[in-house]
Write a protein that binds this ligand. Sequence first.
Ligand code: SF4
Ligand code: SF4
Length: 246
Amino acid sequence: MQHPVSPLEKHETFCFTCSPQVACFNACCRDLNQVLTPYDVLCLKQFLKMSSTDFLNKYTEESTGPGTGLPVVSLRFSNADDLACPFVTGAGCRVYPARPASCRTYPLARGVSRNRETGNLTEHWALIREPHCLGFKNGQPQTVDEWVDDQQIATHNRMNDMMLELISLKNRFRSGPLMPSEKKRVFTALYDLDAFRDDLLEKGVTTVTAADIQALDRARTGDLDLLLVAMDWVRKNVFTISPKKA
Ligand code: SF4
Ligand code: SF4
């Protein structure tokens, strides 16, 4: 069934609130195709105090992007009839402080477009009014910016935009699907950060250039810095796109 989706300008307001008191509490945490971005995986594995490898094995499934060959990582929902998210409990989301960007953004949806000449990104917002969601019945008027602040989505959006930029570069300069071995390298670098750090720093399987050394030092201990190194590494070493071209 098509959900009523209406475009929303950043200055426009919408009324919405969600709490355990709503009759539909948790209704939106099941039967979803919840794709995770690399930054979502980073936040979740940190919050759950798991290695990225264990987190991915336990909670996710991997598929392949049609046409691109890129890895797609999704939350593995329960096999029971209710198709529940692995993190939903009677008391709500048990990973709430680390919930994925799409869960934070709902009932809004965000898209970005890129100006080919300037490279500037423009955000586009829409309001999703699903019939089962009773959150629109209450709540004070708020703008998109207020919602982004309230739900702490800014860093997710910044990191996810960088990921979209990487995919866009791949599509522009490296058309066609990746080979399975390339897909595996992309998966490890972007999603399995602890394995990537191990390859990079301990086993020396992965190399970086002298120009990356400072970033690499920061990435020894910081997952966010490591993800930035990983994106750059994928661009150069898997997609073979030089900084000049990008
Ligand atoms: S369906 Fe809407 S109001 Fe109900 S729990 Fe989900 S987001 Fe909240
Ligand atoms: S991560 Fe949390 S908010 Fe998102 S679908 Fe799962 S239980 Fe719901």
